[in-house]
Design a protein around this ligand. Sequence first.
Ligand code: NCD
Ligand code: ZN
Ligand code: ZN
Length: 345
Amino acid sequence: MNEITIIAPDDWHLHFRDGDLLKETVPATARCFKRAIVMPNLVPPVINASMAEEYKQRILQVLPVNSSFEPLMTIYLTNQTTSQDIIQAKQSGVTAAKLYPAGATTNSDAAVSQLDALYPVFETMSEQEMPLLIHGEVTEQHIDIFDREKIFIDQKLSKIVENFPQLKIVFEHITTKEAADFVLQASDRVAATITPQHLMLNRNDLLVGGIRPHNFCLPVLKRNIHQEALRQAVIAGTNKFFLGTDSAPHEKHKKESSCGCAGCYSAWSAIELYAQVFEELNALDKLEAFASTNGPDFYQLPRNKSTITLIKQDWIIPSDIKLPNGEFIVPFFAGETVKWQLKNK
Ligand code: NCD
Ligand code: ZN
Ligand code: ZN
């Protein structure tokens, strides 16, 4: 197959950041995605309806002319979040709320330390039909970083799912077989996003032949049996998995550092890389469900009306991108060949 046309996709998990960086990140995503769930881990975090609305306006301001892209806003749960915050957020059109265990990832210091204390908030979210999006890793120092997702499932996620049978939960950027299995056996109210990097890479790609800081993201890449489990999950024919790039830019010098930041900036190549993975799996016919229909169906939003076309044509991802402030970002898969290309209309 040399060409594939699918319903226009959405990105159900990404980081636009803020300020001048929006001029880079928003057009990059809007070139092919119609909507995106915008993560709230700014500094300071987006914790309520008014901050989400202001952030949304800043995003809309940098949209290319004629773009119909729609940012779907989220709020960041903290120890101080109240049920009233959720009700207000829902009323003002916020799509979901995000749970970061404190210290789990980039800009999560303000996040939740005691999950049980948030149970009244989860109850309100369940009543308000507001999905809970979760970065699923425990953060205890003594727990091995490669086990943090699995232990989160056992200790935290299974309890939340059990206690709130009506609450919609998206287990974000899953990285393990255990996570895929957990989502598969759970009710229809539990789904997961999967990134391009976790489908394409495993932990060898972080460490063999030298440290590769641009492949470092959280949850960290796992061993190849987990990568294989995720690859099988996206083509299994279930509607529980959908596209979430977790595109998460950090300036080059912050990644190529003695203490490098976590996050891969994949917006310029994500849909093409997903297509490449599905083709490798002989399952291009499953791409549309993953990229364009499972997500809106889960969020109970309409499927997009327009389509995109991808053509089979090699291109090379640039080695860096210059930002408005003069700094550089190294995109995910920089300098590598991608086999699919978005056809511009
Ligand atoms: C994300 C970021 O940089 O904001 N980083 C990452 O490695 N995935 C945060 C997140 O999604 O956990
Ligand atoms: Zn995360
Ligand atoms: Zn993320």
